[in-house]
Ligand binder design. Structure first.
Ligand SMILES: Cc1ncc(C[n+]2csc(CCOP(=O)(O)OP(=O)(O)O)c2C)c(N)n1
Length: 953
């Protein structure tokens, strides 16, 4: 055994003698790790082991007792840094912290006396110079980690970040008095916040406002973050929050005038009712569709103007009652605000331009899945916003539910740990600690461009809303709350104790604020103060006037550019062959060589050439779920990627394409946010299969469909939803068209189910052209088998000369209109099933017309079709979906009105069912065949108990 080895062995033996039980094992392991690789233990432990003078052979092991104490001191310090928050005084209502045995010296085999004898330098840290020994160092650590702030960052896996957070906490560089605050200004601010709630409580007793009281420090925290952001020249600050304290934040952070808020509380009618508008001309349709919304969910925007800093816009978008649903929307807004898309190529995101701040509820944060979904977006390309500052408005209750019944974790914030987000838990009654948290959050975000979370722990002074009695369910808690001083009162007392103000001043301030509010109320003109943001009606005929055709020469040039790849780029051989085939797709003006994906590429390319940026996201959209798109090529030899639409020489705006995570709800929320923030960009979300959109039903109901009527927003999000019955079973067949049609009213969206590549081309271009003039969300049921079907292909002339046709009549039947007895109306892929069935030639009495736009219902385009067949006897609606699904239920009254009793109207399709379709492909094929046969059977009088139902209405 060499000398070095023996020395180590001697050390280990000494260590072993000095420790007992589990500790001994731990220290031995630690020491062994240090011996193998000194860098594998943290700096403080390394320093301790390095300082220890080992016993040499034959000499007494003098250092042996010391090393045990040294290691004990070091591991105690480590435990305080990691678990100190478990002993922090975080609850303003005084509930005891859970604590942890690792925070006790005895757990580490040391006593206070031992610690006093050890040097302070053992416990590494910026405070060490100010303390005399290890005991004082440990006390200093406790004062930092177990005070009214609990720093919770042990889960961060990046050592540099952990070290930065440790130094930030231990140096106190963000904490008053080292980083001072203005105590008078803080008192005034807290007085404003509290007076606002008192005044509303007094003047509008029982009216719902979701008081902030108990978490008043949210406003100064926002002040601090916004102030820092403005100094850092962040232009756009987006705040997302639910109901709690929203009015207070709107008043004091967004500067929504008191007069407007008070006028909303008075809730005077606006002079006319909703029903007044209903019979008016189409141009007045917006009035009829306007419902407005409750005051505590409305949004606002504020520009900080004058002097320095300039051009900061703080916005709070409206949110629905569905808690947390605004979170992904705010992220999308922040992303879009920070993205430059007016240059060709990929868009450029600058994290220093925008800042999302999201305020969550303590029950909602762990409970709502959309939170986890959105957190998962936070570091992904195409979604990363440069870091969000989260605040959990933790009032320790969710409506009437206690934390033990609403989450499986200790803290409300624990979900964020999995996303490696640093957390501070902070007592909402300690203003200085709250301000420090805000500063730390902003500084971390600036440094690392990642999320930070403040778990602001307070209480709720009243019930869930002001009409609720909280003592029914939390009698003991509310006994405490009743006696508990407000944070304003506590801060005023601190200032008086510090000799900063005299005793009468806080009361005077409060009186002043209450009087100011009283004056506003008395001088109110509610008719003038009620400001509503109804969108303007689109210019009449805007949608009809749009030209979507693109000259053939221009399309050929775009096509040629799209087929170019960088020198030496090696495509997959199959793709190489597909590209070769594509080369000839536009060769002939009239040959239908353009498939769905080519039409889409040409639409995108021409839109980019028109100067409109495009963002396309969804699961696997880069390749396309059906292998049809290939928006991004991968070099077979180098793995490098190439995106033709980003290299398009003709482009004047950016093209973005991102595979999204396996998420629907947050993903659509995010795209919705991008869309409303930057309405001039074409934002497209594609579902992998159309039915998966139901994972985002909340976003569809609350934002896409109704935001216009509720909040005056004018979204124009495009959703591509693969749809069609192809024997794949109950899932993967239906995009749940019926749900969109049910939500469609008063021209709130466009819904199309088109059957040719050219129709899709014109539809995309139409949407892009209307982004400014007549924005509406667009739902497109896209095909699967039709992606490559010859009948869905179009010719160059179709793109170069045509336009989107809401209705496509039967061209052959038009040649012989007198022969037609039955007019079949249908939409989407079933048209191809009908016309390829072979029955057509035998049944010249049948004409088949496609309705390509289902909403707004194209009555004006369909009327001439119905009128052109002089011997018509019946009209049949044919669909693949069961009777209670698909378009039938919504379209039936429109068809009835057009037919007006002239002919019978027959339904041919599957009978009502709870599941969209059959589970077996053979069964599907049989039903599909039967369906087609019945459609062509002029004499069919089908009983209702067969698989396909055909009945007259
Ligand atoms: C998705 C959804 N589910 C249920 C509700 C009904 N609801 C409104 S607030 C609330 C409790 C929220 O608790 P918390 O997140 O702690 O916020 P707080 O109201 O306490 O501020 C509930 C259950 C809702 N608004 N949204």
């Amino acid at each position: 055994m060499g000398r070095r080895k023996r020395l180590c062995y001697g050390k280990l033996m000494n260590l072993w003698r000095d420790f007992h039980g589990a500790n001994a094992g731990y220290v031995l392991e630690l020491y062994e790790r240090y011996r193998q690789n000194p860098d594998s233990v943290d700096a403080a432990t390394r320093a301790s082991f390095a300082r220890w003078t080992p016993a040499v052979d034959g000499a007494p092991a003098v250092a042996a007792p010391a090393i045990g104490k040294i290691v004990g001191a070091v591991t105690l310090a480590q435990a305080i840094r990691t678990y100190g928050h478990l002993a922090a005084q975080l609850d303003p209502l005084g509930s005891p912290p859970p604590g942890d045995p690792s925070l006790e010296p005895t757990t580490h085999g040391v006593t206070e006396e031992d610690l006093r004898r050890l040097p302070a330098s053992l416990i590494d840290g910026p405070f060490v110079e100010r303390v005399a020994n290890a005991l004082e160092a440990i006390q200093a650590l406790r004062a930092i980690y177990s005070s009214t702030i609990g720093y919770d960052y042990g889960h961060i896996r990046v050592p540099e970040e952990r070290e930065w957070l440790r130094l930030a906490a231990e140096s106190g560089r963000f904490r008053p008095p080292r980083d001072p605050i203005n105590p008078e200004a803080l008192l005034e601010r807290l007085t404003q916040v509290e007076a606002f709630e008192h005044f509303l409580h007094r003047m509008f007793p029982g009216k719902i406002r979701f008081s902030l009281e108990g978490l008043d420090m949210i406003v100064p925290i926002l002040d601090e973050v916004i102030g820092e952001a403005a100094e850092a020249r962040i232009h756009n600050i987006l705040i997302g929050m639910a109901h709690r304290g929203r009015l207070n934040v709107l008043a004091h952070v967004l500067n929504k005038p008191y007069a407007q808020i008070l006028a909303e509380f008075k809730d005077l009618t606006r002079g006319r009712t909703r029903l007044d508008g209903i019979d008016q001309a189409a141009g007045d349709r917006l009035l009829a569709s306007w419902t407005g919304y409750v005051k505590y969910h409305m949004g606002a925007r504020r520009a900080l103007k004058g002097g320095e800093p300039l051009n900061v816009v703080v916005s709070m978008p409206p949110n629905p009652s569905h808690v947390e649903s605004a979170y992904p929307v705010v992220e999308g807004m922040a992303y879009a605000a920070g993205t430059q898309a007016d240059k060709p190529g990929p868009p450029r995101f600058d994290p220093t331009v925008s800042l999302p701040i999201v305020i969550h509820g303590d029950a909602a944060f762990p409970g709502q899945g959309v939170v986890a979904e959105t957190l998962n977006l936070s570091r992904l390309p195409g979604y990363h916003t440069g870091g969000t500052i989260h605040v959990i408005a933790n009032n320790q209750l969710g409506y009437t539910t206690n934390p033990k019944d609403s989450r499986s974790t200790l803290y409300a914030s624990d979900l964020a740990m999995g996303f490696e987000i640093p957390i501070v838990h902070v007592n909402a009654d300690d203003p200085e600690a709250c301000i420090e948290s805000a500063r730390l959050a902003f500084a971390y975000r600036t440094k690392f461009q990642k999320d930070f979370l403040i778990d602001l722990i307070g209480y709720r002074r009243y019930g869930h809303n002001e009409g609720d009695e909280p003592r029914f369910t939390q009698p003991l808690m509310y006994e405490k709350i009743e006696r508990h001083l407000t944070v304003r009162e506590l801060w005023a007392t601190t200032m008086i104790t510090r000799g900063l103000i005299d005793g009468g001043w806080p009361k005077k301030l409060m009186q002043n604020r209450m009087q100011a509010l009283q004056r506003v109320l008395e001088s109110l003109h509610p008719e003038m103060e009620l400001v509503e943001t109804q969108p303007k009606a689109p210019p009449p005929g805007a949608a009809r006037r749009v030209q979507t055709a693109v000259p053939a020469q221009r399309l050929r040039e775009l096509h040629a550019s799209l087929l170019r790849s960088p020198e030496g780029f090696t495509l997959h051989p199959k793709l190489e062959r597909a590209m070769q085939r594509r080369r000839t797709a536009l060769a002939n003006l009239d040959e239908p060589g353009i498939d769905w994906a080519t039409a889409e590429q040409l639409a995108f390319a021409s839109i980019l050439e028109d100067g409109i940026a495009i963002r396309l996201t969804g699961q696997d959209v880069e390749r396309g779920a059906f292998g049809q798109r290939h928006a991004v090529f991968h070099d077979m030899k180098t793995g490098k990627v190439f995106t033709p639409l980003q290299a398009l020489p003709q482009a004047k705006a950016a093209f973005a394409v991102f595979n999204s995570p396996l998420t629907e709800n947050a993903a659509i929320g995010f795209e919705y946010g991008c869309n409303v923030q930057e309405p001039g960009r074409l934002i497209i979300w594609e579902a992998q299969y159309g039915d998966f959109v139901n994972g985002a039903q909340m976003m569809i109901d609350e934002f896409v469909a109704s935001a216009r009527a509720k909040w005056g927003q004018t979204p124009s999000l495009v959703m591509l939803l693969p749809h069609g019955y192809e024997g794949k079973g109950p899932d993967h067949s239906s995009a749940r068209l019926e749900r969109f049609l049910e939500l469609a009213a008063e021209t709130n969206m466009r819904i199309a189910n088109c059957t040719t590549a050219a129709q899709y081309f014109h539809l995309l271009r139409w949407q892009a052209a209307l982004l400014e003039a007549d924005p509406l969300p667009l739902v497109v049921l896209t095909p699967k088998s039709l992606l490559r079907h010859p009948l869905a292909r179009s010719s160059l002339r179709d793109l170069a000369e045509g336009r989107f046709k809401p209705v496509i009549d039967d061209a052959q039947a038009r040649q012989r209109p007198e022969e037609v007895r039955r007019l079949i109306l249908c939409s989407g892929k079933v048209h191809v099933d009908l016309v390829t069935s072979g029955h057509g030639a035998e049944t010249p009495a049948i004409a088949i017309t496609r309705i390509e736009r289902l909403y707004p219902f194209p009555a004006d385009d369909l009327r001439p079709v119905l009128d052109c067949y002089p011997k018509l006897e019946s009209v049949a609606w044919v669909q693949e979906e069961p009777e209670n699904m698909g378009a039938w239920i919504s379209i039936r009254p429109h068809l009835g009105a057009l037919i007006n009793g002239r002919w019978s109207l027959r339904y041919i399709g599957r009978p009502p069912n709870s599941s969209p379709t059959e589970g077996s492909s053979a069964w599907h094929a049989t039903n599909q065949r039967t369906l087609v046969e019945h459609a062509y059977d002029l004499n069919s009088a089908i009983a209702e108990d067969v698989f396909i139902s055909s009945k007259e209405t």
